[in-house]
Write a protein that binds this ligand. Structure first.
Ligand code: SAH
Length: 345
């Protein structure tokens, strides 16, 4: 059996584990701080713990640390990291530098099984879920690499977070912990392709995080042609789940809408989208689709993007066009990992 992963343990679990090793409760707090505040990458460096305890920790548990395989730096400061997991799988994470702070986009799974037609993350299928430690360590490694504070985290990299629900919740708790990175829930965004039962479950947690819903189409027919998940959960059901999410949490939902030239970017599409979301306290994030080599979708042109946004504004729907970052370094989700796998195979 694999030794337990201490970085994935919540405070209660860590306290029980440390007690089992015969140590006093305050040692669990010290260990927690080494793992999550100081982002230690070895037990040896935890110098306020006794040598004997460190040795027992190393013998009886695992300290999960990602290995940096590659980093690509964009002209706009965006950095894209390829990390190797213990079992040799690779995942990618992105650092975006904004005026308001540093934001890290993390992967929640190695690969993805959702099959969205425009997305590179799903091209190689799902390999496995990431453990809470593997999600956290993407942020820890990047923070240490740039030696600056990470203020925002978006779970918008490879994978479907609600398909890895328990680990996601644990990850949020650990990231948010005041004895760890202490990143406020308000600065954490989770993006889903629309797994309705997961949205309802998340609403019940009443967290302060932002939910982003990948909509990408104004009606069921178009959505189904882009996102196979729509065959399980219809567009009305998804939007209704978001309405309920807002009612339960008071947090405004963000709808992600990738604009694809000639596919979902017409004036009729904008009007239909406005009708679908009318009366809802929400925000629409428009992003011209990032072209992926294996797919033949092209981004909408500037005029179409502007017209789409204006049409939404006219109908009183809040919308912003997301600044494209890192396009020169394969900005689209999963492109770096996919390229790496294809070189390897
Ligand atoms: N599985 C989750 C999170 C990962 S994808 C989800 O579906 O939301 C993060 C966002 O990037 C989603 O909105 C996704 O639809 C979008 N995306 C994926 N590939 C893209 C591409 N080539 N261009 C623009 N957006 C893309």
């Amino acid at each position: 059996m694999m030794r337990p992963d201490v970085k994935s343990m919540d405070r209660k679990e860590l306290a029980a584990f440390v007690a089992e090793l015969g140590e006093k409760p305050f040692r669990a707090i010290q260990l927690f701080e080494w793992l999550h505040a100081k982002r230690a990458d070895s037990f040896e460096e935890m110098t306020n713990l006794s040598g004997a305890f460190r040795k027992r920790l190393a013998e009886s548990s695992r300290l999960v640390c990602l290995k940096q395989v590659k980093v690509q730096v964009s002209a706009d400061g965006t950095r894209k990291y390829l990390f190797a997991l213990e079992d040799g799988n690779v995942i990618e994470s992105v650092l975006m530098r904004y005026r308001h702070g540093n934001s890290v986009c993390i992967s929640s799974q190695a690969g993805c099984r959702m099959g969205c037609r425009f997305c590179a993350s799903t091209l190689d299928g799902l390999v496995r879920n990431l453990a809470p430690s593997e999600m956290l360590d993407q942020i820890y490694r990047i923070g240490k690499d740039i030696e600056e504070r990470i203020s925002n985290v978006v779970v918008m990299g490879t994978g479907e977070p609600l398909d890895n629900y328990e680990n996601l919740l644990k990850f949020i708790g650990l990231l948010n912990d005041e004895k760890g990175q202490n990143i406020s829930q308000r600065n954490i965004t989770v993006s889903t392709c629309g797994i309705v039962p997961g949205v309802h479950d998340l609403a019940k947690e009443r967290l302060g995080i932002t939910l982003a819903l990948s909509l990408h189409a104004p009606n069921q027919k178009k959505r189904l042609s882009l996102m196979p998940v729509a065959s399980a959960y219809g567009i009305e059901e998804v939007v209704d789940a978001c309405r309920q999410y807002f009612e339960k949490t008071g947090r405004r939902v963000t709808f992600e809408y990738s604009l694809i030239g000639g596919v979902n970017d017409s004036a009729e599409d904008a009007a239909e989208l406005a009708a679908l979301l009318s009366g809802m306290n929400c925000h629409v994030n428009l992003i011209p689709v990032n072209p992926v080599k294996e797919r033949d979708f092209l981004p909408s042109d500037r005029a179409a993007v502007r017209a789409f946004k204006e049409r939404l504004s006219l109908e009183k729907i809040n919308a912003t066009v997301r600044r494209e970052m890192g396009r020169d370094i394969d900005g689209a989700c999963g492109q770096l990992r996919h390229a790496h796998l294809n070189v390897e195979s």
